[in-house]
Design a protein around this ligand. Structure first.
Ligand code: GLU
Length: 455
């Protein structure tokens, strides 16, 4: 990659200096904006219609952030206090849309980076949905089912004032699955006395969409399939290293196995399990059940399946063709990237949001033998099926699983094509999916903002 032009790099520095000054200490948010600004500032400078509209400055300032107290009583009748947030980033192309994350580590910076990325991701899906994110510093793993229910009800007592089917439609993310969405939806319905699609990721018996649970993981593999095809490579027999063992990781693994690939790792925050021959569908189902329903560790799963367990290790040191980081932000750093490249890995697609650090992305982008796809493109399948759930709710209809799957495949293919259109170099070098995703998402959002005036 050539050194950026001096004027471009000084524009980037000036822009980032301002952003850091306005948002002190929010490292994750700075990182997400930097990744976008690298591609967009030169693009904006080349296009007169975007040049003087301060679009990137406007896009990096959320419409609003609501932060609120969530009070509830635990099973011992003790009062607990948590903090909830909703970051409503941009609704120029549709109502705010994005997940809720329950995680003790959640901060405003994390939710701002996620909300910012969501604006581009949602624009890429081609569906009319704006960007948002929210959550709370609450750890569902530490609480009973009844405590989780009371927490969700308490959170919705405030969130109800800010969400609605045409206003803001939350869904799940880390720590928020179908169970939590069920409790949140129940409270919303009870408070408003309306049965409407104000949340997605609902159970199928009360307005949820078929395939929503599988959508993020399956979507990653549909995207990977298109990437591999472009490279004239085959997924059949390809060794796939996956991190995480949650919803995204397990469904990515399931689709990878269906497509003939070998899933050689799964992991959790304590360590990873490795098997050269790959998981079969039955072993994966066991892993998923043990992790999901019985809250087992990957160490226990490895033990049950007779796989090797590596305490404290990440999957990125194993020999693999494809790496799918599906756990959380910044889980794959510059050293991990180097190890993957040294081991012959030729494709990385992000199942999680921003799992690769800036150094890792840089290392991937510098290597012509590597194709790297950012989360805002590769993991957009989840929010895409959320968009389809919203459409079904508005139509008062339920689509078949096959229909949703067909739509998901079409949307992932179109996202891939958009990335190629804007990120293809035409010089035999790999597609720059990061640049393609950033520019395609920006164009849609920017045109909508320009058309609607200075707001
Ligand atoms: N949390 C998911 C994401 O990162 C899904 C959001 C949604 O379905 O609204 O895209």
């Amino acid at each position: 990659m050539s050194e950026p032009h001096a004027a471009q790099s000084s524009a980037l520095n000036d822009f980032m200096d301002g952003l850091v000054r306005r948002n002190p200490g929010q490292d994750e948010f700075h990182q997400a904006v930097h990744e976008v600004a690298c591609d967009l500032l030169p693009f904006i400078a080349e296009h007169e219609k975007y040049r003087d509209a301060m679009l990137l400055e406007r896009m990096t300032e959320p419409d609003r952030i609501v932060s609120f107290r969530v009070c509830w009583t635990d099973d011992d009748n003790c009062v607990q206090v948590n903090r909830g947030w909703r970051v409503q980033f941009n609704n120029a192309i549709g109502p705010y849309k994005g997940g809720l994350r329950f995680d003790p580590e959640v901060t405003e910076s994390v939710l701002k980076f996620l909300g910012f990325e969501q604006c581009f991701k949602n624009a890429l899906t081609g569906l009319p949905i704006g960007g948002a994110k929210g959550g709370a510093n609450f750890d569902p793993k530490q609480h009973s089912d009844t405590e989780i229910m009371r927490f969700c009800q308490a959170l919705m007592n405030t969130l109800v004032h800010y969400v609605g089917p045409n206003q803001d439609i939350p869904a799940g993310d880390i720590g928020v699955g179908q169970r939590e969405i069920g409790y949140l939806f129940g409270q919303y319905r009870s408070l408003t006395r309306e049965f409407v699609g104000a949340l997605t990721g609902k159970g199928v018996s009360f307005g949820g969409s078929e395939l929503r649970t599988e959508a993020t993981g399956f979507g990653v593999l549909y995207f990977v399939k298109d990437m591999a095809e472009r490279l004239d490579r085959d997924l059949d027999g390809a060794r796939v290293a996956i991190s995480g063992a949650g919803n995204v990781a397990c469904h990515a693994a399931r689709k990878a196995i269906e497509l003939g690939a070998k899933v050689v790792t799964l992991s959790d925050s304590k360590g990873m399990m490795h098997g050269r021959d790959g998981l079969d569908a039955e072993q994966l189902a066991t892993a998923q059940r043990m992790k999901g329903e019985h809250r087992c560790s990957i160490e226990q799963v490895a033990d049950e399946l007779g796989w090797r367990y590596h305490e404290g290790a990440k999957p990125w040191g194993v020999e693999c063709d494809i790496a799918l980081p599906c756990a959380t932000q910044n889980e794959l750093d510059g050293d991990d990237a180097k190890r993957l490249l040294d081991n012959g890995c030729w494709l990385v697609a992000e199942g999680a949001n921003m799992p690769c650090t800036a150094e890792a992305v840089e290392a991937f982008q510098q290597d012509d033998a590597m194709s790297y796809a950012p989360g805002k493109a590769a993991n957009a399948g989840g929010v895409a099926v959320s968009g389809l759930e919203r459409a079904q709710n508005a139509q008062h209809l339920v689509w078949t699983r096959d229909r949703v799957d067909e739509e998901l495949q079409r949307i992932m293919r179109e996202i891939h094509d958009r990335c190629v259109r804007h990120g293809g170099n035409g010089d035999g070098r790999p597609v720059n999916y990061r640049k393609g995703a950033n520019i395609a998402g920006f164009e849609k959002l920017a045109d909508a903002m320009l058309a609607q005036g200075v707001l």
